[in-house]
Design a protein around this ligand. Structure first.
Ligand code: TXA
Ligand code: MG
Length: 336
């Protein structure tokens, strides 16, 4: 099915219109504080099928279910550990997804056949209103075509989804810029399955926090992973991306000595000494998170073939930036 995709505002009337689409089993582009999502009624099988179709997403990759408040967690999840409520009190609404045993009302298509469900309470006003006005729990993956960088503006969503969905709510730039931190619980410990803005450091104040090894290591062929998304190459622009680790001076010397055609550098900031075209992605980890996906998409617009990115730090939200960049680069790293 092809739609004339409407661009909606965050006005009450427009969000009400979008909520009506969700209640009718349609898919809507929804802004959140992390990235834009493709929103549909999490309990409506045919609506969730439309999400998978619009994205071209593999059926074995589960969707996160978005709800309006922590008091609703028990409607969709069971055997919720005490620590989950403590984390919700501290970090929700916000960019945190908790994987919990699911209740039967979450259909298999939404959880991709797993007996767990990822639950998230977004902070973004438009997302919260959409959930409230539709009266539904909302299943929403990032609103990119499967494999592409996640969208952080409504224009990115239109770029990938024009004609594939009936409407997108334009909520401006997503302030966080990388997707939510996904965690699961094992006995007393918290396991980070996907790093995000809520960092290992912040979670560690609540007890032992394990970083899953596939945050920074590629999953081998057929190797078991704890989160299906870890198997897939993600966030890739069309260019081949390589991460370069070293000092700023070493990075500049390295890119200046390249002989590749159509090569771009992705430094933290512009340096006058750099002789190749570059798109900087920010000095602090927070800036890098907010800009990363938009910058990767800009390389596509410039038809870049080769991109060398300066390696980010791995502390705080830097771990999330590093994790996304590793996947964009297919785990290709050069140590200077
Ligand atoms: O910030 C976000 O989380 C955004 C916005 C739209 O909320 N959503 C998002 O969804 O990033 P998606 O589908 O692009 O990524 C969800 C990730 C996938 O890697 C998936 O495998 C993992 O979370 N996931 C979802 N449910 C899971 C579950 N029950 N167990 C393990 N991993 C799960
Ligand atoms: Mg995604």
């Amino acid at each position: 099915m092809s739609y004339a995709t409407k661009l909606l505002t965050t006005s009450e009337a427009d969000i009400e219109y979008a909520a009506g689409l969700i209640a009718d089993g349609e898919v809507v582009g929804m802004p959140t504080e992390t990235v834009y999502g493709l929103a549909a009624d999490a309990e409506n099988i045919s609506a969730v099928e439309k999400i998978f179709q619009a994205k071209g997403r593999p059926q074995d990759n589960p969707l996160i279910v978005h709800i309006a408040e922590a008091g609703d967690i028990g409607r969709y999840a069971r055997d919720v550990p005490e620590i989950a409520y403590k984390l919700a009190e501290k970090f929700c609404p916000g960019p945190l997804t908790m994987v919990l045993p699911k209740r039967d009302r979450i259909p298999d298509i939404t959880s991709a056949g797993l007996d767990t469900v990822g639950i998230r309470i977004p902070y973004h006003n438009a997302a919260r209103k959409l959930i409230r006005l539709s009266g539904k729990a909302i299943a929403a993956p990032s609103a990119n075509l499967s494999g592409s960088p996640s969208p952080t503006t409504a224009a990115h969503v239109i770029n990938d989804m024009n004609g594939r969905i009936p409407a997108v709510i334009d909520g401006g730039n997503c302030p966080v810029g990388v997707e939510s931190t996904v965690i699961s619980f094992e006995n007393e410990a918290i396991r980070i399955l996907r790093p995000g803005f809520i960092s290992w450091e912040e979670l560690s104040e609540f007890g032992e926090v394990v970083k899953d090894k596939h945050i920074t290591e590629s999953a081998g062929e057929g190797e078991a992973v704890r989160s299906p998304g870890m198997k897939y190459k993600h966030y890739s622009p069309k260019a081949r991306v390589t991460i370069v680790c070293g000092s700023e001076q070493q990075f500049v010397d390295f890119v200046n000595n390249l002989n590749d055609e159509n090569v771009y550098a992705m430094p933290f900031e512009i340096s006058e000494k750099m002789r190749v075209p570059c798109i900087p992605y920010g000095k602090t980890a927070e800036e890098q998170a907010a800009r990363l996906f938009a910058v990767l998409r800009e390389f596509d617009e410039k038809s870049a073939e080769r991109v060398y990115a300066m390696c980010p730090s791995q502390s705080g939200v830097g771990l999330a930036v590093y994790n996304r960049l590793l996947r964009a680069a297919g785990f290709e790293i050069i140590n200077l």
